[in-house]
Design a protein around this ligand. Structure first.
Ligand code: RAM
Length: 525
């Protein structure tokens, strides 16, 4: 956890004005729709301290509901949405002789309405929780909430008012926002398995709600562009909304402001101005190469690749500086590389796997831009990284990859080494068998890493098992009521959160939307 706040001191940046001009040119159009809640709901706390919907009654926007002090009015929208909220307040009885004091909560899951914010003790700021305290001085009148929210549920509660009047409410309305064009998404074949269809719909909705002025990681939290998330969102986008310009815009951002040494940052803000964050992660910088590689695969836009190639190559040069004894990446106890959430996860072997995987993609790009010198360097680097990984990180006796001084064995390390493609097919498939049998300790924590596991299964032709994992894992979220995919999901622990509380988790998270990529790319039915 402490590692997360480990930022670079006196972080200096470098700007490329041409790229930044392109970022402005490529600003997307936002689309809006108005929608109303569908139900009034009653919440109940269960014995195991979670919340569920106990009862539902239809909601009619024009019908005036009289709010009772200290009794929240809870509502449910048709599904997960991102946007703005407004409603009309009316006074019943005497004129408004004192302001109305309201508390409004918005939730992606019902827990966010049920739990009291005072009970939140996680280490990420509680300011992410979507709660407003509002004084309204003039009634009747419209009230517009001040922020953009990510919501499926809404609660409104009168905290105080005078004894003389009562407050009626009508026309609770959400105005949605996204840069995704829903009409662009092709329907799945009519004979597709209904469960696959449901999974695809939730994944597409997840991506839609994350597509704003950039590909946000989560519209509730962190509401910014992270490159690890971007890479996966872009893949799904190519098979769904096909908004190539938004991908380009985000790539130009990362190349437009880098660290002074040319390193691509881990995440990016667009307000109050374009700004790269001072967090740098080894794997995330390298995924700049993957973003370009995937973009080329789909568009064959050679010019764009040539323009961005120096930034891509720079990530390799900088990553080489981290190589230590025997051609293995130096390990450290800080948050130097992401890979997955998990306090005890050692990153060395996984990072080496990411390095080889992205060097191979860089070789592909060097060929496209015909950079002979770089190609030679990259091919040699690939040989070195591979042979050092096999000789120092592969434990022949245990038949697994080990990581760090304590020779930790984790699923993450195995998956990245499989993706790096350095084992012969026979050994790789044996390793996959063991992963599928659950024989390797330290399981994956996020849909993000599950994506890479499924990618590895497809890479080695294990299609049926890949579908099974998808149905069990993402399908597990659906069975628990999800209509967009969550940032974190541990089938064995409903309360899992690396942040200390599940209410701060994001329940519509970019890196979780990849079922649609697999479904559409591999024509899964
Ligand atoms: C969390 C978010 C984000 C991710 C980073 C590394 O803050 O889930 O999506 O990319 O971690």
């Amino acid at each position: 956890m402490a590692g997360y706040v480990n930022t670079i001191k006196d972080f200096k940046t470098k700007e490329n004005p041409e790229f930044l001009a392109k970022v402005k040119e490529l600003q997307p159009i936002l689309h809006h729709k108005n929608l109303s809640p569908v139900n009034r709901i009653e919440l109940k706390k269960t014995e195991d301290n979670s919340w569920l919907i106990h009862g539902r009654k239809g909601y009619m926007p024009e019908k005036k509901l009289v709010l009772q002090k200290d009794t929240p009015l809870c509502l449910e929208f048709p599904n997960h949405q991102v946007g703005y909220i407004r409603f009309f307040l009316d006074v019943v009885g005497s004129p408004l002789d004192a302001p109305v004091h309201l508390r409004i909560k918005l939730g992606e899951i019902v827990e966010e309405l049920g739990e009291d914010t005072k009970d939140y003790h996680g280490w990420l700021s509680s300011s992410w929780l979507q709660e407003e305290y509002l004084h309204v001085d003039v009634v009747p009148g419209w009230v517009e909430l001040p922020r953009r929210y990510a919501f499926r549920y809404l609660s409104l509660e009168i905290l105080n008012q005078s004894l003389k009047y009562q407050i009626g409410i009508t026309n609770i309305t959400g105005k949605t926002v996204t840069s995704a064009e829903e009409e662009a998404v092709e329907e799945l074949p009519a004979d597709a398995d209904p469960f696959i269809k449901e999974m695809d719909a939730a994944a597409v909705r997840t991506l839609r709600d994350c597509m704003q002025l950039v590909f946000e990681d989560g519209p509730k939290r962190d509401r910014r562009l992270w490159i690890g998330d971007l890479r996966l969102q872009a893949l799904v986008n190519y098979y769904t909304f096909r908004n190539m310009e938004l991908v380009k815009r985000c790539i130009y951002m990362f190349a437009g402001i880098t660290g002074a040494d040319g390193r691509v940052g881990a995440c990016f803000y667009i307000e109050p101005k374009l700004q790269v964050d001072d967090t740098v992660l080894f794997d995330y910088s390298l995924f700049f190469i993957s973003c370009l590689y995937d973009y080329y695969e789909v568009t064959k836009d050679k010019e764009f690749i040539a323009e961005l190639w120096p930034t891509a190559l720079r990530q390799i040069e900088l990553s080489k500086e981290r190589l230590g004894f025997g051609g293995i990446l130096k390990d450290s106890g800080d948050w130097w590389c992401f890979l997955d959430w998990g306090d005890n996860l050692n990153k060395q072997a996984g990072a080496q796997g990411v390095f080889i995987y992205t060097v191979k993609q860089a070789i592909g790009l060097a060929k496209i831009v015909e950079d002979e010198k770089a190609l030679e360097m990259l091919e040699e680097l690939c040989r070195q990284l591979t042979s050092s990984a096999l000789s120092r990180l592969w434990d022949g006796q245990q038949q697994v990859f080990v990581s760090g001084e304590m020779r930790q064995v984790s699923v993450v390390s195995q998956v990245w080494m499989l993706l790096a493609g350095i084992l012969e097919d026979g050994a790789a498939n044996k390793l996959i068998d063991r992963l599928l049998a659950g024989e390797i300790q330290l399981p994956l924590s996020t849909p993000y890493m599950y994506h890479y596991f499924v990618e590895a299964l497809f890479q080695y032709g294990r299609r049926e098992e890949a579908v099974k994992v998808m149905k069990e894992y993402w399908g597990g979220m659906l069975e628990k009521g999800a209509d967009t995919f969550w940032e974190l999901y541990n089938p064995a622990d409903d309360d899992f959160s690396p942040y200390g509380s599940k209410v701060i988790n994001s329940y519509c998270h970019a890196w979780s939307c990849t079922p649609s990529y697999f479904i559409r790319k591999y024509h899964l039915k």
